[in-house]
Design a protein around this ligand. Structure first.
Ligand code: ADP
Ligand code: ASP
Ligand code: MG
Length: 592
C-alpha cells in the first residue's frame, strides 16, 4: 500500500478546529487507500512563547533544557491530533521523536538526524493506524531530548518520507505553495508549479522560510518528491523535485535574510592558513558563515569580510578575536544593520547579463551594495537593512518574476518509488542520515581573474562595470566585491574565460577610468577548485576542510564562494593540479 507523509505546520494546527480539519485530510488520504503518517508542529506561536518564558528567567538558558522545553510544544499537538482522529472514528497513535526512534547527534537546538527506526512505524501502519509523529525532535545516544532547529518539523517529515520510501511528502502550510519570493513581503510574487531541489535548497538557506533547508537536503539525497500546499484549500501547490520549472529562465526566485551581520578583519598576514584560524573557530561553534570575501590589500596584508546570522554575531566575534590573536595581527569591525538579498536559478549558469540586471535595479533605486558574492546558481548582495525590502522588490520585478511563464512547462511525471528501497538502503548504509555527502571534487583551469581596485563606495558602480562587460560579450563566472575598508574603497574581482582576458582587461580599464577607480590588475591563469555535494553551507566544516588541506600544501586562496551545493576557491593557476590532489585526499572519506 502506498505510504503518504503529511506535515502540518504551526498555523495549520493553531486551534482545535484546524486540528480537526487536518485530521480530516489525513483520514481522507487513508480512505483513498494510503497508509498515512502525519507530522505536526507545535500549535501557533507555542515555540516562540516557550522561548519567551525561558528568557524571562534567564537570557542564557542551558541548551539541553531548552530542548526539553521546546519539544513539549510538538508533544501537545501530536496528542491532540490523535485525539481528533479517534474522535472522528479512526485509529490513531501519537509518537514523540524518542518513541519513533529518531536518533540525533547531541548538538542541542540544532541537532542532526542520524537514523530513524521504521519497524514500529510499519507495524502500526499495518495495523491500520494513522501515525502522528511529533516534528522537530529526537533523542541523542544518551536519551537526551534534542531539537532540530527552528522550522525543523519539515526536516522530520521529509526524513520520515525518505526512510519509509513514501510515495509523497505533503507539506501543508499557510501558503498554497512556493512563491518567487515571500508573498507576505512582496504580494505580487508568483506561485511556481515546480522548483528543483537545488534551487529550493539555495532559496531556503538564503532566507525563504517556507521550508527548512535541511529538509530539502533529504529530498535531494533520497529522491523524495515534496509537495508544498495549503492546509486550507485543496488546490495543488508546488512540487519540489529534481527538474526545474523553467530550465531556460535564469532566475526562479529571490530571497532575503534580514537578520545578517557583517564582520571584517583588516590587515591580517596574507599567507596560507590565516583565514583558517578564524573560520575554524567559528565552525567549531557550529555557526554557518556566508558571503566570504577576501582581498589582498597593501604590503602583503589581507582583509576578510563575511556574514553570519545576526543573533550569532557575539559568538562569532569571540571566535574571530581568538583567531586574530593567534595570527598576531588584524583589526576587527562589524555591522549588524545589514541584510542579504539574493537571486537563485539553475538557468543563470548558462546566461550572461544576470548580475548586471540585478545591480542595475539596485542602482536605479539608489541602493548601495556593500558586498557581492556569487555561485553558479545564485547572486547575493549585502545592503543596508532599512533598504532591504525595497531591494528585494526592485530585484524581483527586474527579473519579472511576478509574470507567469508564456511557454508551456514540461510536465513532471510522478514515479512510484515505494518498492525501490534497495538504492536508498545502499546509500544509507554506514552513514548517518544527515552526514555530509560529496559528489565531486574538481578543477577548472580555463579561467582568468580581473580585479578593479579602489572602487568608490557609491551606488551604481557594479551595475556600470557589468553592463560594459556584458555589452562586450564577455562571459563572467564568479563575482566578488569586498566590503570597502581603506578610504571607503572596495575591490571588485570577476573571473572570465582565459581567451577573453585581454578584451576583459581593456573593458575593465575603460570603466575603471570613467568611474575614478584606482586601477585594474589581472591574473591570466587561475585555478578554480570546487567541492560539490549536498548541504555544504549548513555543514560548516566543508569550507574549513578545504581551507585546511590547501593551507597544509602552502596554497594561498584568492577568492572564495559558497553555496549549498558547491564551495569554490580560486588559487594561482600553477597550483591547480596540486590543489586538486590535496582536496581529493582531504575528502576521500566522504566522496560518494
Ligand atoms: P509552517 O508553520 O507551516 O511551517 P512557515 O511560517 O514556516 O509555516 O512557512 C510559511 C511561510 O513562509 C509563509 O507564510 C510565507 O510568509 C513564508 N515564505 C517565505 N518565503 C516564501 C516563499 N518563497 N514562498 C512561499 N512562502 C514563503
Ligand atoms: N515548532 C518548531 C518551530 O517553531 C518547529 C517547526 O514548527 O517546524 O520552530
Ligand atoms: Mg515552517
Amino acid at each position: 500500500m502506498p505510504i503518504i507523509v503529511q506535515k502540518f505546520g504551526g498555523s495549520s494546527v493553531a486551534t482545535p478546529e484546524k486540528i480537526l480539519a487536518a485530521a480530516r485530510k489525513a483520514i481522507r488520504a487513508k480512505q483513498e487507500g494510503n497508509q498515512v503518517v502525519m507530522v505536526v508542529s507545535a500549535m501557533g506561536d507555542t515555540t516562540d512563547d516557550l522561548i519567551d518564558l525561558a528568557n524571562r528567567i534567564t537570557d542564557k538558558p542551558p541548551a539541553r533544557e531548552m530542548d526539553m522545553l521546546l519539544s513539549t510544544g510538538e508533544q501537545q499537538s501530536c496528542a491532540l491530533m490523535a485525539i481528533a482522529i479517534s474522535s472522528l472514528g479512526h485509529k490513531a497513535v501519537s509518537l514523540t521523536g524518542a518513541q519513533i526512534g529518531v536518533k540525533t547527534d547531541a548538538t542541542f537546538r540544532k541537532a542532526r538526524i542520524k537514523s530513524i527506526e521504521t519497524a514500529r512505524l510499519k507495524k502500526l501502519l499495518d495495523e491500520g493506524n494513522i501515525i502522528i509523529a511529533a516534528g522537530f525532535q529526537g533523542i541523542d545516544d544518551d536519551f537526551n531530548i534534542t531539537t532540530l532547529g527552528r522550522g525543523g518539523s519539515d526536516t522530520t517529515a521529509v526524513a520520515l518520507a525518505a526512510v519509509l520510501r513514501a510515495d509523497a511528502c505533503e507539506i501543508y502550510t499557510d501558503v498554497d505553495g512556493v512563491y518567487t519570493t515571500d508573498p507576505r513581503v512582496i504580494p505580487e510574487a508568483r506561485r511556481v508549479s515546480r522548483i528543483s531541489y537545488d534551487e529550493m535548497l539555495e532559496l531556503a538557506s538564503l532566507g525563504a522560510g517556507v521550508m527548512h533547508s535541511r529538509s530539502i537536503e533529504f529530498g535531494k539525497k533520497f529522491d523524495t518528491p515534496i509537495h508544498v500546499r495549503s492546509s486550507f484549500t485543496d488546490v495543488p501547490g508546488t512540487m519540489i523535485v529534481t527538474e526545474p520549472e523553467r530550465p531556460d529562465m535564469p532566475v526562479c526566485g529571490a530571497a532575503i535574510t534580514k537578520d545578517e551581520a557583517r564582520i571584517t578583519v583588516q590587515g591580517i598576514p596574507d599567507k596560507p592558513g590565516t583565514s583558517l584560524e578564524i573560520f575554524s573557530r567559528i565552525a567549531a561553534r557550529n555557526i554557518s558563515v556566508d558571503m566570504i570575501v577576501q582581498n589582498v590589500g597593501e604590503s602583503g596584508k589581507a582583509d576578510i569580510s563575511f556574514t553570519v546570522p545576526k543573533n550569532e554575531l557575539d559568538a562569532s566575534l569571540d571566535a574571530v578575536r581568538e583567531g586574530v590573536k593567534l595570527v598576531g595581527a588584524g583589526t576587527i569591525t562589524s555591522d549588524d544593520n545589514v541584510a542579504k538579498v539574493s537571486v537563485v536559478g539553475l538557468g543563470m549558469a548558462r546566461q550572461t547579463g544576470v548580475a548586471e540586471k540585478m545591480f542595475r535595479a539596485l542602482a536605479t533605486a539608489g541602493i548601495n551594495i556593500g558586498m557581492i558574492t556569487t555561485s553558479e546558481i545564485k547572486i547575493s548582495v549585502l545592503v543596508p537593512r532599512d533598504q532591504s525590502q525595497q531591494a528585494l522588490r526592485v530585484v524581483h520585478s527586474s527579473f519579472e518574476l511576478e509574470k507567469a511563464p508564456t511557454t508551456p512547462i514540461k510536465p513532471w511525471m510522478p514515479k512510484h518509488i515505494g518498492t525501490d528501497a534497495a538504492a536508498v538502503v545502499a546509500r544509507l548504509q554506514g552513514l548517518n542520515m544527515e552526514d555530509l555527502t560529496i559528489d565531486d571534487v574538481s578543477l577548472d583551469s580555463t579561467q582568468a581573474r580581473v580585479t578593479i581596485l579602489g572602487v568608490p563606495d557609491t551606488p551604481g558602480i557594479a551595475a556600470k562595470v557589468f553592463e560594459e562587460v556584458a555589452a562586450a560579450g564577455i562571459f563572467v563566472d564568479m563575482i566578488v566585491q569586498s566590503y570597502p575598508t581603506t578610504e571607503a574603497l572596495a575591490t571588485l574581482s570577476f573571473t572570465v574565460p582565459q581567451e577573453q582576458l585581454e578584451h576583459s582587461v581593456t573593458v575593465a580599464k575603460k570603466v575603471a577610468a570613467s568611474l575614478a577607480c584606482r586601477g585594474v590588475t589581472n591574473s591570466p591563469k587561475i585555478a578554480k577548485l570546487s567541492v560539490s555535494g549536498v548541504g555544504l553551507r549548513t555543514h560548516t566544516g566543508v569550507a574549513i576542510r578545504m581551507f585546511r588541506s590547501l593551507a597544509e600544501a602552502g596554497i594561498n586562496l584568492d577568492l572564495i564562494n559558497t553555496s549549498e551545493v558547491r564551495v569554490n576557491v580560486v588559487v594561482d593557476g600553477a597550483q591547480g593540479e596540486k590543489g586538486l590532489k590535496q582536496l581529493q585526499t582531504a575528502f576521500a572519506d566522504v566522496l560518494r
